[in-house]
Design a protein around this ligand. Sequence first.
Ligand code: SF4
Length: 475
Amino acid sequence: MQITSQTFKANSVKALADVDLQRALGNVERGFIDKRQKAVDALPEFDALRDNAVAIKNHTLKHLDLYIEAYVAKVQASGGIVHFAEDADHANQIFLDIARRRKAKTVTKGKTMISEEIGFNAFLEKNGIVPIETDLGEYIIQLRGEHPSHIIAPAVHVNRDQVEADFRRVHVDLDPMRSLVEPEMLLGEARQILRQKYGEADIGVTGANFLIAETGSSVIVTNEGNGDLTQLLGKCHVVLASIEKLVPTLEDMAQILRILARSATGQDMSVYTTLSTGPKRPEDPDGPDEYHVILIDNGRSNMLGTEFEDMLRCIRCGACMNHCPVYHAVGGHSYGWVYPGPMGAVLTPSLIGVDKSGHLPNASTFCGRCESVCPMRIPLPKMMRHWREKEFESHLQPTTQRAGLGVWAFFARHPKLYRAAVSIAMPLLNRAGGSKRRFASLPLAGGWTKWRDLPAPEGKTFMQQYAARTNGAEH
Ligand code: SF4
């Protein structure tokens, strides 16, 4: 995917004016928040499970080399092969070598965000291999030539009418007079088309929610069953997974699973939790002849031992974006790269550099909802602040912004001066607000006043008002 994170502001302006998108984004708030809360309320041990999950992941990250070693040994013992990929190009090339050897022409795919990260589909197409997305949301956006706008609901930005129009445009062999008015009809049609593809595919590609060191298994968690068909009916199963998906044992996975679906969709559990361990054994009725895992680093090992290590606990549940007012307003495509919302605002600079994605950690109100709902207790606002600091230290912001921050930093270090300055400024700004007590424009605040007016200060500072109230001497 082309990196366009620096276009966040321009993308957001367009997104805010897009009526269809704004209507679709309402589904994020309606569809996820209440359901998550109900699921959490119904599980008294939810917070204890979160603590356990954090401990499991922290422990794994601390000993990642050992768990990778143990995992590889188990995969090999089960007849599978693990390939290490340093970066996106390396991962794609490994896959291409497998595909060429098998003379593969078509590849079915379960939903995998890491494939988006490495630009997998575009790479396959460039090399004459047809990728077929089998997750319904992914299938829809593939037809539209788009990328996911949400990590668990990739087509959340698309409405029913748009899907119908896309199906009629692409499924030209079907009866043009067929009815597609109900969502179930759209689902049925996608299923009818995709069912043929699984068995025909030369390779089935899935991601992994977990890799289990104890057993050498890869685990996918889905609601549609498409991932199971992808990995079972293809003649060769290739897992694309990043290194932080490791957990030590099945028991560890089971603990984290209990908070994953509840945080993501408000379900107690997703419909399918499927473990794959190696290729088909002689006694198995079905399964792939070959089983490969491409274990991808792509910048993650650089995060270990840094202030961004906590981000590697992420289990891609999407709760942070489901609760983010910025995501609700502008949607996932505005973020310009693979991962949107608060987790993207932290992960994207870690993976592609803050010089290319500095807008993202700045696109936050710091309301803290993301951290409060994150099942893995990832301190997202704190890490966004770290990125802002790094951006400042690297002189990446415009000069005016740096100057403003410099002035602010000076006053923050001299609280007496700050109080004196604001006690002079507040009454002046209060008077300048005129009878309406609002500013339609204000120097250095154009980013705000371009879109909305700004209330004038009350005339007294917060501290002055607070002192007056606590002394019982309001004027
Ligand atoms: S950062 Fe937390 S809330 Fe966001 S996707 Fe990752 S685990 Fe879920």
